[in-house]
Design a protein around this ligand. Sequence first.
Ligand code: PA5
Length: 458
Amino acid sequence: MQIKLDFNNMMAEFLGEKEGFTRQDIEAILPQINQAHQNMTEKRDTGMEWRNLPFNQQQVVEQILNTAADIRNRCDTFVVLGIGGSALGPLAVQTALNHWHYNELPPEKRGGPRFYVVDNVDPERVAALFDVIDLSRTVFNVISKSGSTSETMAQFMIIHKMLQDRLGDRYVHHIIATTDREKGNLIKIARHEGFTTFIIPGGVGGRYSELSPVGLLPAAVCGIDIKELLAGAAYMDKICRQGDVFSNPAYMFAVLQYLAMGRGKNISVMMPYADSLKYFADWYAQLWAESLGKRFDLNQREVFVGQTPVKALGTTDQHSQVQLYTEGPFDKVVTFLKVERYRQELAIPKIFADIPSIGFLGGHTMGELINAEQLATEYALLKAHRLNHTIILPEVNPFTVGQLIQLLEVATAFTGELLNINAFDQPGVEEGKNATYALLGRPGYEEKRQELADRPAK
Ligand code: PA5
């Protein structure tokens, strides 16, 4: 079951010569494409180790499955404490692959504990969690690659104290740490206090970490087949190793987005036509924005690159944003996620035959309707000469979701190589993290605190 990229509507043949691209446009940048491919191959083991996650974790997977079985036995709730790359992947995979109302199902139908991702420090939201969980039946997975992010550490500290107060020495069985092998405070605390710990390997940055223990443990706890997830990613990775852009969907996605950026298309809309993939748009938004939104110097000139990601949902946003996409500025590329076969189907009954303007729906299925809506939106964009392409999933399952993750990660990294930027750092995010440390008095950040104090008064 292979997922596919349909890029016809990015091409002049379909979209018209003014907006669409030609084969010659792609061939004109072949030297850059070949160089970027060489970089991807060379960096596979030095800087892009995330690409090897589908292949090199057999032992870790067994440990994760054992830990997950233990948690499922003794707990009814599993909570992820993390933010950014340490939260969006677990949320996207869980919503894609489990029942839409997973938490509300009775335990025997759920197949795992209730699942929450606390990825903010809004006190109202964090406090609200304690109204619906029983601490003695909950395991908290604190996830932080750096082991020092303020939001995650603050959540962890609150829960650590609550657990100790409530459970005494037994608290230790209710916290699992997922973090770097050496860097940061979390690993030190975890070793000292004896938490079960999983390691995020080197060369696996936050937003590229879903297929590491960051995403695999929460998925396994909730009953998702993580071996299939990894098998899907491995399958796609093999396809994405090919240097020929016309055979490599990740490279083609990247090349067309890159060419589009060159023509001022500064917005990338991700629009799944499946509620199950809604949070994949959030995950993609982080991956694309944080990896590619960069400033660099070229010939003593400042250059700013990147595309602003926009999350949309079909069909919901057809009735809000699509007007802008078809008639607003020519500054977007729309990526549809299309599902060929939904896991559940609903027939629309043949009633109201005497009212033809709604009666025509009877006898069709919901799946037919949503697919027709996707095609119709694609057509509306095409007719308005708006760049769009479609990633087609035969079905949403662990194997196709694994492919989707690997496809989009490789595409993002390849776009970074084409742009000649570092797709794996995030100085803009670090600046904000450091300013927070300074504002709240972290030792070592006195200079930053002074810098903030010296800013113009409002
Ligand atoms: O992609 C990234 O590196 C970031 O978005 C991080 O995932 C995010 O800032 C959280 O960092 P950490 O996992 O170190 O707590």
